[in-house]
Design a protein around this ligand. Structure first.
Ligand SMILES: Cc1cc2nc3c(=O)[nH]c(=O)nc-3n(C[C@H](O)[C@H](O)[C@H](O)COP(=O)(O)O)c2cc1C
Length: 359
């Protein structure tokens, strides 16, 4: 029976424990370039003892940013500053991961602390793209352009180039952002995809964008390193994408060479009234996909307690746990969890040598 502080091996990569920092946008880059904030933010979570540190949704093209402050990996100038982060994260015992993303119709938005709304052209906004010309709704009023086949190919090529740059930048774990109402999710969800060509309509057609994008990335990403995908496993809207659809998609992604599914949900509509937010609310998705699609999973969503995280691993509900907001509250969460679970050796090993024996 594996435990939270047992190492976890996926492909040639071994995490020192089963704890990961979930990707979190910082909206603090200029022209996509990582800076000191990103280094310190992610670096301190590596110092704090996490096994895996996943860099935020990082745009594969400038048009695919959520806000003007998103990280990017669409140009060679991004490689070196990303490398600076991966080097530091590795030096402190964690595995550096990156989530590559395209915001689709949720792009061209103001930073959360500046309103979270669609930006007008004169405010620095840009044209967004999506499977169908349907705005997200609420404050995100911008109507995206319906993508042509050429647009689709260009974005898939951008994902492939981003994966190559991520390798060069020293990342050892790649996550494809296929969740939260961004471009990929808006293709597979019937709520946002009203196309009548081979990319819309049936289940097979709606997942085509995701399957092809995965294939394009798999061709260039190292076979020795984990390739993972974050899904919105359920739309929480009647007539939307279901968990059974996610099981089927996970089987297909496994056949395409995906090693782990990161099981999130929702955020493809501006209506959140049905979301059962609360302790471990998305864990059942990770458990079901792990069992029924026979693929490794990550659980995420209101995992805040050491015992709670350990239970998920011990009972085979997921292979790793990812924490987001709790890691913001406590970068040393992993160290504190090791103390609480009385894995004293693990606790000691998690502290950097600079602190060793003095706390
Ligand atoms: C500030 C912030 C930024 C986030 N940015 C991303 C992101 O870049 N990519 C992503 O997939 N999820 C993102 N999320 C969602 C988290 O990764 C996570 O799935 C969610 O917060 C639930 O986990 P939690 O309850 O531990 O916070 C973000 C969450 C927060 C709080």
């Amino acid at each position: 029976m594996p435990q939270l502080f047992d190492p976890y091996q996926l492909k040639d990569i071994t995490l020192r424990n089963r704890i990961g920092v979930s990707p979190m946008c910082q909206y603090s880059a200029e022209d996509g370039v990582p800076n000191d904030w990103h280094l310190v933010n992610l670096g301190s979570r590596a110092v704090g003892g996490a096994g895996l540190v996943i860099a935020e949704a990082t745009a594969v093209e400038a048009r695919g940013r959520i806000s003007p402050g998103d990280l990017g990996i669409w140009a060679d100038k991004h490689i070196e500053p990303h490398y600076r982060m991966t080097k530091f994260i590795k030096e402190h015992g964690a595995v550096p991961a990156i989530q590559i993303a395209h915001a689709g119709r949720k792009g061209s938005a103001a930073r959360p602390w500046e309103g979270d709304n669609s930006l007008k052209d004169e405010e620095g906004g840009w044209e967004t793209v999506a499977p169908s010309a349907i705005a997200f709704g609420g404050e995100l009023w911008r109507v995206p352009k319906e993508m042509t086949h050429q647009d689709i190919q260009e974005v898939q090529t951008a994902f492939r180039s981003a994966a190559l740059r991520a390798l060069e930048a020293g990342y050892e774990w790649l996550e494809l952002h296929f969740a939260h109402g961004y471009l990929a999710h808006s293709f597979y969800s019937p709520l946002s995809n009203k196309r009548t060509d081979e990319y819309g309509g049936s289940f097979e057609n709606r997942i085509r964008f995701v399957v092809e994008t995965t294939r394009a990335v798999r061709e260039v990403w190292s076979d020795r390193l984990p390739l993972t995908a974050r899904l919105s496993c359920y739309d929480w809207v009647e007539g939307g994408w279901t968990i059974d659809d996610s099981v089927e998609l996970s089987k297909k992604l496994k056949a395409e060479g995906v090693d782990l599914i990161d099981c999130s949900s929702g955020f493809n509509s501006s209506d959140y009234k049905n979301y059962p937010f609360g302790a471990g609310w998305q864990v059942p998705f990770a458990e079901k996909i792990r069992k029924e699609a026979q693929i490794a999973t990550a659980a995420v969503g209101s995992i805040t307690q050491a015992m709670q995280a350990d239970e998920i691993i011990r009972n085979g509900r997921a292979d790793i746990v990812l924490l987001a907001r709790e890691m913001l509250r406590d970068p040393y969460w992993s160290y504190h969890a090791a103390l609480e679970l009385q894995t004293k050796d693990a606790a000691k090993e998690l502290l950097p040598v600079q602190y060793g024996g003095r706390v």
